[in-house]
Ligand binder design. Structure first.
Ligand code: ATP
Ligand code: MG
Length: 582
C-alpha cells in the first residue's frame, strides 16, 4: 500500500514535470495566440513603436494567482516587444475601492519582478469621460433614463427576444443635457437616474441595447473624494482609458468577449483617426484547482475570519503565496507552464507546487528540523561532548558552501522514523537495526523506554564511532538502507511550525450550483506544531526559505519573535494529498 501510493506520487510529479517542460519548450518554439495577433498586426503595418500594453486591476482586493497570469502576459509582451506597459487602476466604483489595495497591488507587481512604465488611474479621466458623455448627448447618442433598474432590466429583452425602448429614449438634447448636469450636481438620489448610450434595443448583442454609461453614487472616492457623485460604468471607462493611453492591445479575460462590440462602439464615438485605435482581445481566465479565485469570495474568507487576512498563506493571493514561501520566479514559471488559452480550463495546483519545489530545490539551503520529536540517547557516546560536523548547504549549488552542525549524546529524531518492530520495507530505525544519521554516524537501536500509556519516550542506541560521514574511513562509506534527519537536544532551537494544507477539500469548490463554496472548506488546513531545529536557524530572518531535509520547504513567517521563530510549510517534499484521496 505504502509503496503503491509512493509510486502514484512519483508518477504524478513526473507527469507534471513533463507537462511543465513541454509547455516551456512549446513556449520557446511557438507564439501564444495573443502574440500571433500582435505579429499579424505588425505585418499589416502597425509600427512596433506603437505597441503599448496595460495591466488594469480594480483596487477592490488583493491580487491573486489568476491576476499573475494577466500580469505575466502583459508585462511579458512588454519585454518581448520592448514596449511600455502601464499599471492602470480601474477605479470607477468608490463603494469597493481603497488605497490599501492600490498599495498592495503595486507592491505585488513589483515583487513579481515587473516594472511598469506609468501608474495611471481611470479616475484621472473622469472629467474627460464626462466631457465625452456630454458630446454623445449633443450628438443624440445618449439619454437620461429615470426608470427603476428593474424596469430597465425587463426592457432589455433576452438573447432571443428584442428589447423595448425606454419611454425616456427620445427626450430632447436640451432636456438630456440639463438632467445630466443635475445628476452631476447631486440634484438626484442614487438609483433615480442613469445616463444610457442610445444604440439599439433590438441589437443581437444584449450589451448593445442602450447600456448604462453613468450611475449616481453618493460615495467618497479614494482619490477624487467628493468631487463626483456620478461614476462611469466599466465598459464606458475601459475602452476610453485605453484610447487615452494609446494602448495598442487591450487584453482581458473571456467574459468580456461579448463586450467587444460595445468597446469598439464607445471608442469609435471619440476616435480621432490620426491616433491609434486600441483593440480588445480575450484569453481564458486562469483557474486553479482546490481554491476559489474571485476577489469577492476571497474577501468573504477574510471578512468571516475563515483565514487570517489577505496574506494568509492558504490564500491564492500573491501576498499569501509570498508569505507561504513562494518565489516570484516560481509564480512566473507557473504562469508560463500553464500557458495562455482561448478556452476556460483549470490548472492543477500540483503544477504550481511543482514550480516552487523546482525553484527551491536549486536555491533553498538545507537544514535539519524535527517536527514530531522523540529522544534518542547514544549510550556509548561520551557525556558532555559536542562535535561540530560538516554539512553541505545545498547539493544543487556548489557556491552555497557548508555549515557546522552540533552532534551530541542526546538527539531528536522524528517519532515516525522509529518502530520497535517493522517489516522489511521499513528502512528507518527499528530495534536491532542500523540507520545513518544525516551528515553524522551510523546508529543502531538497542532498546526503548515507554511511558505509562505505552508511548516510546526514549530510544537507546549505540553508534559506530568510525562511521562518521566524510571521515574517509571504510566505515564512513558503509551503506545502510535508511538515512534520518536529527537535531541535537542540547543545541536545538525551539520553533513553531505551521503546516498548511489545501484550503478546500474539493477540486472545484465553485462548481456546485446547489452548494456554497464555503461548504468545502478543509477543516484541517492549518496545524501548528512545536518543533526543534538545528541552531543555524537562529540567524534566519523573515521570508528566508529553507529545505527541512526529508520534510519539505519552509519559510520564516513575519509572526516570528525574538524568542520564537515561526515557520510556514511552503510545500512538502512529497505530495501527501494523493494519500488522503485514497
Ligand atoms: P475577480 O473576478 O477576481 O474579482 P477581476 O477580473 O474583477 O477579478 P480585476 O482587478 O478587474 O479583477 O482584474 C485585473 C486584470 O486581471 C483584468 O485584465 C482581468 O481580466 C485580469 N484577471 C483577473 N482575474 C484573472 C484570472 N483568474 N485569470 C487571468 N486574468 C485575470
Ligand atoms: Mg474586474
Amino acid at each position: 500500500m505504502f509503496l503503491s501510493v509512493r509510486m502514484v506520487d512519483l508518477r504524478k510529479n513526473l507527469n507534471n514535470f513533463a507537462r511543465a517542460l513541454f509547455n516551456m519548450t512549446e513556449e520557446k518554439r511557438s507564439l501564444n495566440f495573443i502574440e500571433q495577433i500582435i505579429e499579424e498586426d505588425l505585418v499589416e503595418g502597425l509600427p512596433q513603436s506603437s505597441l503599448r500594453f496595460r495591466f488594469p486591476p480594480e483596487p477592490n482586493g488583493y491580487l491573486h494567482i489568476g491576476h499573475a497570469a494577466s500580469i505575466c502576459l502583459n508585462f511579458g509582451l512588454g519585454l518581448r516587444y520592448g514596449a511600455p506597459v502601464n499599471l492602470r487602476f480601474d477605479d470607477t466604483n468608490p463603494a469597493k475601492e481603497e488605497q490599501e489595495y492600490v498599495d498592495a497591488i503595486m507592491n505585488d507587481v513589483k515583487w513579481l519582478g515587473f516594472q511598469w512604465d506609468k501608474v495611471l488611474f481611470s479616475s484621472d479621466y473622469f472629467q474627460q469621460l464626462f466631457d465625452w458623455a456630454v458630446q454623445l448627448i449633443k450628438e443624440g447618442k445618449a439619454y437620461v433614463d429615470q426608470q427603476s433598474s428593474d424596469d430597465i432590466a425587463l426592457q432589455k429583452g433576452s438573447p432571443t427576444t428584442a428589447g423595448t425602448d425606454s419611454p425616456f429614449r427620445n427626450r430632447s438634447v436640451e432636456e438630456n443635457l440639463s438632467l445630466f448636469y443635475k445628476m452631476k450636481d447631486g440634484a438626484f438620489e442614487e438609483g433615480s437616474h442613469v445616463l444610457r448610450a442610445k444604440i439599439d434595443m433590438q441589437h443581437v448583442n444584449m450589451h448593445m441595447r442602450d447600456p448604462i454609461m453613468y450611475r449616481i453614487l453618493k460615495k467618497t472616492h479614494h482619490r477624487t473624494g467628493d468631487d463626483w457623485c456620478i461614476y462611469p460604468m466599466y465598459d464606458w471607462t475601459h475602452g476610453e482609458s485605453d484610447y487615452i493611453e494609446q494602448v495598442s492591445h487591450s487584453i482581458c479575460t473571456l467574459e468580456f468577449k461579448s463586450h467587444r462590440d460595445l468597446y469598439d462602439w464607445y471608442v469609435d464615438q471619440v476616435y480621432d483617426k490620426s491616433l491609434l485605435r486600441p483593440k480588445q482581445r480575450e484569453f481564458a481566465r486562469r483557474n486553479l484547482s482546490y481554491t476559489v479565485m474571485s476577489k469577492r469570495k476571497l474577501l468573504q474568507l477574510v471578512e468571516e475570519g475563515i483565514v487570517h487576512g489577505w496574506d494568509d498563506p492558504r490564500m491564492p493571493t500573491i501576498s499569501g503565496l509570498r508569505r507561504r514561501g513562494y518565489t516570484p520566479k516560481a509564480i512566473r514559471n507557473f504562469s508560463e507552464a500553464a500557458g495562455i488559452s482561448k478556452r476556460d480550463n483549470v490548472a492543477d495546483v500540483a503544477l504550481l507546487e511543482h514550480c516552487i519545489k523546482d525553484d527551491l530545490n536549486q536555491t533553498a539551503p538545507r537544514v535539519m528540523a524535527v517536527l514530531n520529536p522523540v529522544k534518542v540517547i547514544i549510550t556509548n557516546y561520551p557525556e558532555e561532548s559536542t562535535e561540530w560536523l560538516d554539512a553541505e548547504n545545498n547539493p544543487e549549488d556548489e557556491q552555497a558552501g557548508s555549515r557546522k552542525i552540533p552532534f551530541s549524546k542526546e538527539l531528536y529524531i522524528e517519532r515516525e522514523d522509529f518502530r520497535e518492530v517493522a517489516n522489511k520495507k521499513f528502512f528507518r530505525l527499528k530495534l536491532g537495526k542500523e540507520v545513518r544519521l544525516k551528515n553524522a554516524y551510523i546508529i543502531k537501536a538497542e532498546s526503548c523506554v515507554k511511558d505509562a500509556q505505552g508511548e516510546v519516550v526514549e530510544i537507546h542506541c549505540t553508534y559506530d564511532p568510525l562511521s562518521r560521514s566524510g571521515s574517509g574511513t571504510e566505515e564512513s562509506m558503509r551503506k545502510v538502507k535508511g538515512t534520518l534527519h536529527w537535531v541535537s537536544v542540547a543545541h536545538a532551537e525551539k520553533i513553531a511550525v505551521r503546516l498548511y494544507d489545501r484550503l478546500f477539500r474539493e477540486e472545484d469548490p465553485d462548481g456546485h450550483k446547489d452548494k456554497d463554496f464555503k461548504e468545502f472548506i478543509n477543516p484541517d488546513s492549518l496545524t501548528v506544531v512545536e518543533a526543534y531545529a538545528e541552531p543555524s536557524l537562529q540567524t534566519a530572518t523573515v521570508l528566508d526559505r529553507f529545505q527541512f531535509q526529508r520534510l519539505g520547504y519552509f519559510c520564516v513567517d513575519p509572526d516570528s519573535t525574538d524568542t520564537q521563530k515561526v515557520f510556514n510549510r511552503t510545500v512538502p517534499l512529497r505530495d501527501g494529498w494523493a494519500k488522503k484521496d485514497r
